[in-house]
Every structure is written in structure tokens, then in C-alpha cells.
Design a protein around this ligand. Structure first.
Ligand SMILES: [Zn+2]
Length: 498
């Protein structure tokens, strides 16, 4: 008997050792090396952060604020006109080699023709408009938001992070290259949308312009991520390159029940049914999927740079998957990375406090993960509420019919390799990671003209400064200006000289 127990314990120990061995081996061999994505970058002209700071300061003082679709309204175009005139006079060498087109009145396109017109061009994008300042927060800024103040090593102002620094450093890069006599082989296009924050009609018109001319882009580069310091998965500075962005749909829940006087209420009135539906949707979130890009790409490409325990968990999802999912789901931003999010935003019911409504409504906004679609979101909602009486779900048409998530751009091509190398160079040897962009950018319109769409700017952003995005105290460090101009120049030359 004792011998049997001894054998049994021996077997258990053996199994445990095998399990540990499997976990460790899987951990050690997990993911791909970042070095595969590094290439030697071309040399580019020198840039001066102080000079760029002056130019950035100048355009930050132009309040190109958009509030609603259709902006700028007639009579309010002044800042947009001043901005494009400023770009004409400040960058003479580039203007001498490039042709400028205006589309949708205020969206600026520059085309710098390459020597080999049989090659598909590249397109670099930024947007001219900015969001307003939240009322009552002006005094929480270290410097006023529309004064272009440079102090303590930072440029302050609405638009520094989103997105005028990209706009100005793309121009600096193009100007320096043109002034140095550089001649691209592959054509370079630049597009500065005028209304990204409200509708993106300018970028849409820009894409129409390219389609009318049968122009496809070898690469599109727009805003999205930066070199983020520290990136949560690696715990250190990492170049984050957006390879996809989420879609958007709002579902209207309609709850119908007997209305009437609140003195004789039935059980399960319209508002109660509606509440049940909202609670059910909150409890049954859309599923997460780590097995497909962009998540699978993101995880495997930073595996080598993860702390051991994190890497072990990802390498052994068969064992640790529930734990990983809980960790991601615990934080709003990381939860949004892994699934389509569910956000009940508007509710309306009765118009009087003593009247029961016959119909009540809720709007639930979903940000669609590339794993899902408008159709699967609607099917999920209908499934979740199927056993709740009186509630129906439809796509809400008031904000448009919704937009699908973007396709996922590849990471096994020259464009990605160039961006990963520029990120590494700009960040002092940091790894690069492909990721999902949680908001919408103007690049969403370009899926018709390119398969290789990336969302990244070669600046280093401390994670705290990300709060400036549409928030208070938006700023960018002065040393980023030289870094970004150099990065954009490297991208132009590496992509356009072959
Ligand atoms: Zn933006």
C-alpha cells in the first residue's frame, strides 16, 4: 500500500516537472526577435529643435478649431487660410519642387514627383484642425492653449500632440530634403486634412483625388501612436505602430410596454425592461480574441522584451488565458485593445415624472474590434437581450450607419520594417510593437487606396503626456521636434529611394 502511494506521488512529481518544463520551454521559444525588423537607415540632413519650435509655435497660435461637421463655416476660414499661406512662405525649397492642391476647400495636398512614376507613391498625413478647450479648464494649463509658449523644454498648446507637431515636422523634413537637393525615386504625397476631428470630409476628398488619378499608395502613414514610455506590456520605452483601427456603431434599444399613470404601475414597465437589457449587455461583453492580428502580432513581437512572468503567461495561454484576460479587462484602455467595447451613452423615457412611458430608448455605442463587424455586434446584442420582453435592437441611424474596423496592415513588408527601424532609432534602440488604434483617424478613408496603412509618429511620449490628447495641458518636449523631423525624413528617404 505504502509503495503504491509512493509511486503515485512520484508520478505526480513527474507530471509537475513535465508541466514546468513545457511552460518554461514554451516561454523561452515564444515570440519573434525584434532584430528581424531592423534595417540600416539612410542618412538625412540635420535639424534644429529650436528653429522647429518657432514654426510650431507660430501655427499653434492659429485656432483651427472644429466643433461640428461642416466647419470651418463661411467667415471662419481665417486660421486655415493663414496656416496654408504660412506653409507656402516658410518652406520655399519644398514648395519649389512640389505641386500643391486644395480639396474640399481647405484640405492641403502636396505632391513631390519621383523619378520613377511606375512606382506607387507614399502618403504622409496629419490634420490641421484641433479640438476646443473644455470650458473652465483654461487655468489648469501651465501656459495658455493658443499662445504657442515654449517654456521649460516644452512647447505648450492645443494641437501639440494632436496633431500639429506631426504636420510641422513632416514639412521640416520635406523642406530639408528638398533644400539638400534630394530627389525621390518614388513620389511622395502629403495630405493635411482640415476637419479630422469632426468628420474627415477633407481626407475623404483627398482619397477621391487619388482615386480619380488611379494612384495607389505603397504606404500611408497617419497619426495614432508614438514611442510610448513606458509601454505597459514591456515596462519600458517601446515604439507602438498602429496597424489597424477600431470601427464604430451605435445600437438603439427600444423598450415597449403598456404606459399609463404612475399611480397604478404594472411590473416590468418599459424602463425596467430597458434597464435589464443594459445590465445584460454590461455583464455579457463581446468576446476577446488573442489568437488573431493585431493582438497576436502585438504579443509575439514584444515577447522578447516582456518581463519573464508576463512572457510566461502569454506563451502558455492554454494555461493562463483567463488570468491574462482578467488583467486586460481590468483597465479601460487595455480592455478596449482586446474586444469590441460596450458603452451605454444616452437614455430617454417618459417626459413627465408621473407618467409611465410606452416606449423608452437607450443608445449603446460600440467600438468595433477588427475581429467583429457591425453585423456581429448587432447579432450579439439581439442574442443577449433575446429573453428580455419588449426590447428590440437596431442600428441607430442618427449618427450614420456605423463604420467597420479597418483591415489589419501587414508587419512583414518594407514599410513596417522602415517604421520599426525609425522607432528604434528615435527611441534609442527601443523595440517596436504593432497595435490597434482605439480611436478613429483620417487614415480610415485610405483603405481604398492602400493595403499598407500605419499610424505612428516618431516622437517619444511619456505616458503621462498622453493625457494631453484632447485634454488639459497638451504639450510636447522640444527635443522631440528634431527627433520627429529626422524620423519623417528617414521614412521619406528609406521608402522613396530604390
Ligand atoms: Zn488627431
Amino acid at each position: 500500500m505504502l509503495k503504491r502511494i509512493g509511486q503515485f506521488i512520484g508520478l505526480l512529481v513527474l507530471l509537475a516537472l513535465v508541466l514546468v518544463a513545457v511552460v518554461v520551454v514554451r516561454t523561452m521559444t515564444f515570440g519573434k526577435s525584434n532584430d528581424a525588423n531592423r534595417m540600416e537607415l539612410p542618412s538625412v540632413p540635420e535639424f534644429s529643435s529650436d528653429e522647429i519650435a518657432t514654426h510650431l509655435s507660430d501655427i499653434l497660435q492659429l485656432p483651427t478649431i472644429t466643433l461640428t461637421a461642416g466647419d470651418p463655416r463661411p467667415g471662419q476660414e481665417g486660421p486655415w487660410i493663414e496656416l496654408r499661406d504660412y506653409l507656402q512662405t516658410t518652406y520655399p525649397a519644398f514648395n519649389a519642387v512640389a505641386e500643391r492642391h486644395l480639396v474640399a476647400e481647405h484640405t492641403i495636398l502636396y505632391g513631390w514627383q519621383g523619378s520613377d512614376t511606375s512606382l506607387d507613391p507614399i502618403l504622409l498625413m496629419a490634420h490641421q484642425d484641433v479640438v476646443p478647450i473644455n470650458l473652465g479648464t483654461e487655468d489648469q494649463w501651465d501656459a495658455p492653449p493658443f499662445a504657442g509658449i515654449v517654456q521649460d523644454g516644452y512647447v505648450y498648446g492645443r494641437g501639440t500632440v494632436d496633431n500639429k507637431t506631426s504636420l510641422i515636422t513632416i514639412m521640416e523634413a520635406a523642406e530639408a530634403l528638398a533644400a539638400s537637393g534630394y530627389q525621390p525615386t518614388r513620389s511622395i504625397w502629403i495630405m493635411f486634412g482640415h476637419d479630422e476631428e469632426v468628420s474627415g470630409s477633407g481626407a475623404q476628398a483627398g482619397v477621391d483625388f487619388f482615386q480619380e488619378r488611379d494612384i495607389r499608395m505603397e504606404m500611408v502613414l497617419d497619426e495614432g501612436y508614438f514611442i510610448v514610455d513606458p509601454f505597459p506590456l514591456t515596462g519600458s520605452s517601446t515604439g507602438v505602430i498602429g496597424i489597424a483601427e477600431k470601427g464604430y456603431v451605435t445600437i438603439r434599444l427600444t423598450s415597449t410596454a403598456q404606459g399609463g399613470h404612475s399611480s397604478t404601475p404594472p411590473r416590468n414597465s418599459a424602463n425596467v425592461q430597458l434597464s435589464r437589457a443594459l445590465v445584460a449587455l454590461d455583464e455579457q461583453q463581446m468576446p476577446a480574441d488573442f489568437s488573431r492580428p493585431p493582438m497576436s502580432e502585438m504579443i509575439s513581437s514584444v515577447a522578447a522584451d516582456m518581463p519573464f512572468m508576463t512572457r510566461m503567461a502569454f506563451a502558455n495561454q492554454w494555461l493562463f488565458r483567463p488570468m491574462i484576460e482578467d488583467q486586460f479587462a481590468a483597465d479601460g484602455a487595455s480592455n478596449a485593445m482586446i474586444r469590441t467595447t460596450t458603452a451605454p451613452t444616452m437614455i430617454s423615457g417618459s417626459i413627465k415624472e408621473n407618467v409611465l412611458p410606452q416606449n423608452s430608448y437607450a443608445l449603446v455605442n460600440f467600438r468595433i474590434h477588427p475581429n467583429d463587424s457591425v453585423e456581429t455586434v448587432l447579432a450579439h446584442v439581439r442574442d443577449v437581450i433575446s429573453d428580455i420582453d419588449g426590447v428590440t435592437a437596431d442600428v441607430d441611424q442618427s449618427g450614420g450607419i456605423g463604420s467597420e474596423a479597418s483591415p489589419v496592415s501587414p508587419t512583414e513588408n518594407r514599410a513596417y520594417q522602415v517604421l520599426a527601424s525609425v522607432a528604434s532609432d528615435a527611441g534609442g534602440g527601443v523595440p517596436a510593437v504593432p497595435a490597434l488604434v482605439l480611436g478613429a483617424t483620417d487614415s480610415r478613408w485610405t483603405t481604398e487606396i492602400s493595403d499598407n496603412i500605419y499610424r505612428f509618429a516618431p516622437g517619444v511620449l511619456p505616458i503621462g503626456d498622453l493625457q494631453g490628447f484632447h485634454g488639459t495641458n497638451e504639450r510636447i518636449s522640444v527635443d522631440n521636434l528634431e527627433r520627429m523631423a529626422r524620423g519623417y525624413a528617414q521614412i521619406m528617404v528609406a521608402m522613396s529611394s530604390e
